[in-house]
Design a binder for this molecule. Structure first.
Ligand code: UDP
Length: 317
């Protein structure tokens, strides 16, 4: 029997590579496409001898290569984008381009293949929210001129594009998940995110860098919980947008304390200026995910941090 085939745009990224693992386990043939601007072959090295896995180095904003257009797909995951503030700021135009042209190309491919398209959106569509926690109905508080604009507006544009596309081509099946902060093994040690920064710093007994006074909050979802939510959303009839995240909310000072304790580190704290437009609070309202997908996260922050710390110990950072 021919197995179902899935295309993962951004398949060499942190999330994309975990999704590749999951869909291979579930019996799919997986094609990962990535331009490696922030993804890494390291994340998929363990799959190189798997004959159901193919890696294509290409940019989804360009004309797609024949390794992709010669295939047929049942599912397309649009995961491709720089995602951490330092990377999307460095790759500002590329981030806008992949959110717009890249998403359009994935929609066209989904239409040609009669595939279901999953799009990775983000809590950043809510900006610095003045409603807490954030339900999907909240329209957001976003600065289109600020230092996060290239990412926030790329993701907002991508959602608008998908809504318009659905209107024009109702036969194309699409769904949108809005991810809140996600962490776990294969995070890039150098991508500047708070979880990876703190763990790497703590393991080296270097000062943990707190931006601002550390009172800002985030809600951290362990990667396997998010993967399960994505699979359930794809397998449902739901089109979204639907929040996918862990509602447990922590200040950056609380996170620093947990990381220091779990690593038994002697690190102290260094306070650095808060970057512009850094959201002061963030917590997903996951009522819809609970009722529609029968999903909620199962891994708490302590357990997820332990797994992530073990990963960073083995990669030697
Ligand atoms: N942050 C911090 N120290 C760091 C890196 C980040 O205090 O070394 C803060 C950052 O200012 C933000 C929060 O941690 O308030 C989460 O940052 P991250 O870049 O991980 O995610 P995002 O801001 O996109 O949610």
């Amino acid at each position: 029997m021919k197995s179902s085939r899935i295309l993962i745009a951004g398949g060499a990224g942190f999330l994309g590579s975990h999704l590749a693992d999951r869909f291979l386990t579930d019996g799919f043939a997986v094609i990962a496409v990535d331009n490696l601007s922030t993804g890494s072959k390291r994340n998929i090295a363990h799959l190189q001898n798997n004959d159901k896995f193919t890696f294509v180095e290409a940019d989804i904003t360009d004309t797609l290569p024949s390794e992709i257009t010669d295939q047929t797909f049942d599912i397309i995951l649009n995961m491709a984008s720089p995602a951490s503030p330092p990377h999307y700021q460095r790759l500002s135009l590329e981030t806008l381009h992949v959110g717009s042209q890249g998403t359009f190309n994935m929609l066209e491919l989904a239409r040609q293949n009669k595939a279901r398209l999953f799009h990775a959106s983000t809590s950043e569509v809510y900006g610095d929210p003045d409603i807490h926690p954030q339900p999907e109905s909240y329209k957001g508080s976003v600065n289109c001129y600020g230092p996060r604009a290239m990412y926030d507006e790329a993701k907002r544009y991508a959602e608008a594009l998908i809504y318009a596309y659905r209107d024009r081509y109702p036969e194309v099946s699409t769904c949108i998940g809005r991810f809140f902060n996600t962490y776990g093994p294969r995070m890039d040690a150098d991508d500047g995110r708070v979880v990876s920064n703190f763990i790497v710093q703590a393991l080296q007994n270097k000062s943990l860098t707190i931006y601002g006074d550390g009172s800002q909050t985030r809600s951290f979802c362990y990667v396997s919980d998010l993967v399960e939510a994505i699979v359930r959303l794809i397998n449902s009839e739901e089109s979204g947008p639907i929040n996918l995240g862990n509602p447990g909310e922590f200040t950056m000072l609380e996170l620093a304390q947990k990381v220091t304790d779990l690593t038994k580190s002697t690190s102290d704290l260094t306070y650095l200026p808060l970057p512009g437009d850094d959201p002061t609070q963030r917590q997903p309202d996951i009522s819809r995910a609970k009722s529609i997908l029968n999903w909620e996260p199962s891994i708490d922050l302590d357990r997820g941090l332990k797994e992530t710390i073990e990963y960073f110990k083995t990669v030697g950072k």
